[in-house]
Design a protein around this ligand. Sequence first.
Ligand SMILES: Nc1ncnc2c1ncn2[C@@H]1O[C@H](COP(=O)(O)OP(=O)(O)OP(=O)(O)O)[C@@H](O)[C@H]1O
Ligand SMILES: [Mg+2]
Length: 614
Amino acid sequence: MADRIQLLPDHIANQIAAGEVIQRPASAVKELLENAVDAGPTSIKLFISDGGKSLIQVIDNGAGMSETDARMCFERHATSKIKNIDDLFQIRTMGFRGEALASIAAVAQVELTTKREQDEVGTYIEMQNSLVIKQQPVAAPTGTSIAMKNLFFNVPARRNFLKTNASEMRHIVDEFTRVALAFPGIFFSLTNNGQQLFHLEEGSLKVRILQLLGNHYNAKLVSLKEETDYLNIYGFAGKPETAKRTRGDQYFFVNNRFIKSAYLNHAVTNAYQDMISPDSFPAYVLFIDLDPAVVDVNVHPTKQEIKFEDEKIVYAFIQAAIKHALAQFSITPTLDFNLDASIQELDAIQKPFTEDKQTATRSSSIFQTFTEANQAHKIELGKDDDLRHWNEYKRSAQTDQNERVFSLTEIPEGLPNAQNLFHSELGNAKPVQLFNTYILLTVSKSFLLIHQQSAHERIIYERLTDALNGKTIATQQSLFPAALELAPSDAVLLTELLPDLLQMGYSIEPFGKHRFLIQGTPADLQAGNESQMLEKIIEQYKNFTPELKLSNREMLIRSVCWQQAIKSGTSLSEKEMQGLINDLFQCKQPNITPNGKPTYTDFKKESLEKIFGR
Ligand SMILES: Nc1ncnc2c1ncn2[C@@H]1O[C@H](COP(=O)(O)OP(=O)(O)OP(=O)(O)O)[C@@H](O)[C@H]1O
Ligand SMILES: [Mg+2]
């Protein structure tokens, strides 16, 4: 048989490799902003058109590139940031792989203009399909402008995967927020379709946070600063009252790089224990600076996950630092460190880090292990104690996921069909509530066990689906409209959802940049904390797993449904139970929840008789 293996042509190999780095417009924005930051500018401007699909442009006034570098920068593995593998563990720059521009040039048309301070003229280069199609000298200010046009013009399959402009824009705002938060010393602006969304003068971290996350945090942030030999932590954490129902405002930066870490997030949440309700999320913007030698940044294509040499130490420090900060501002009455004693005793945790403290700290046993090279930096914690909370959290997060993120399981077999039920009997039967979760109802020769939350989910689901198909839901106007302040990307999301929410009976109006006024809610909904209610809907909407491939509307319906449903554990009056039962059996498909769980089950009298041998 003839040999079959062939080398892929360069431009195809590049396109495939690009898939790792550039998945959507927001990933290109992240790469371009990070390149700009690495060039040491005082100003970075981002311009977007059509959700980044037609244009993403970043202009900085940083170092610029020579003519040769301007050509080189589009080559794969071309970087000025590392020279050998050891440098990987000394990284202070955002970039290091030399892949971003090569990837971008493989999947978009790129125009680069760049000039260094010392050069008279700059260089202009146009790229298409990874090839230079034009190059000429150009008069330009010092710095670099990179415009990428028509993302995925040559990879239609990928282009088809892009979401609506508004949805892509939301991700772009997220990336912009992350970079702009990490560098308050640099001016940033973001202009979308000609309209400036952000204009952030250089200033303090606090001001930057307020500009990006909203002024409502003013006077509601406590500052944090702990310095030790092993790591420094600084930033701000929200006072407990700012905790939200959505995960929006949580930011970790390690050596200025935004990272995602459920583990470290748990350290923060744990420090807030008993101060906020378990289903709310504290806001924080935390910077962890430590020797790049003890973090591996090269574990994930988007660099948003990193590996610490010893994650437990970082966990312990974060938790302690947050507790300390909250205690200093008298938010917790006592210091309740649930930590290894040697960490509690560290001066760095207890007091400001003065010269004498430094000497004292250095002599503490734990610090000796921190600072000795090649040590496995271990804290000796109680046997199962160390990760107990984390494991509990993981478990609860998992069940939570299962419960909240609907899965499309098959309709269970063997469930009674609504038609088989004796409608006339339902009205007369007397319901009894069990465990504040189930409703027991005897009808003729069987009894039903109804799961109140599942039943209510079904009822609301059908009501909302009807509403989106044109059946009106009455709105109850609020006497005092509630204000809702959101993280920028959540605000973009909510704006996108407003028309559908209106049809579902919510009357919400934009009010300022990231603010909304909730003027009314569906009439048959129990009045309550409207802003929290919406935050929960947004949080649920964002958490659908992409594998489910639900339409945006379906996701919205299910999110609202989940939020509005009477929860297990809620005590119901007889009248409420009767209402629920009636509504359930008027549904088109009363026997399952939107995600396919049973809403009730029935037991025949005969089966009981069998059990008792009668
Ligand atoms: N805005 C810019 N100003 C000056 N030089 C730049 C700019 N953008 C890119 N470069 C140069 O081009 C090189 C290649 O950039 P690219 O983003 O592809 O790789 P990188 O930043 O080194 O690594 P990574 O792939 O991890 O981002 C950089 O190393 C840098 O020297
Ligand atoms: Mg880069």
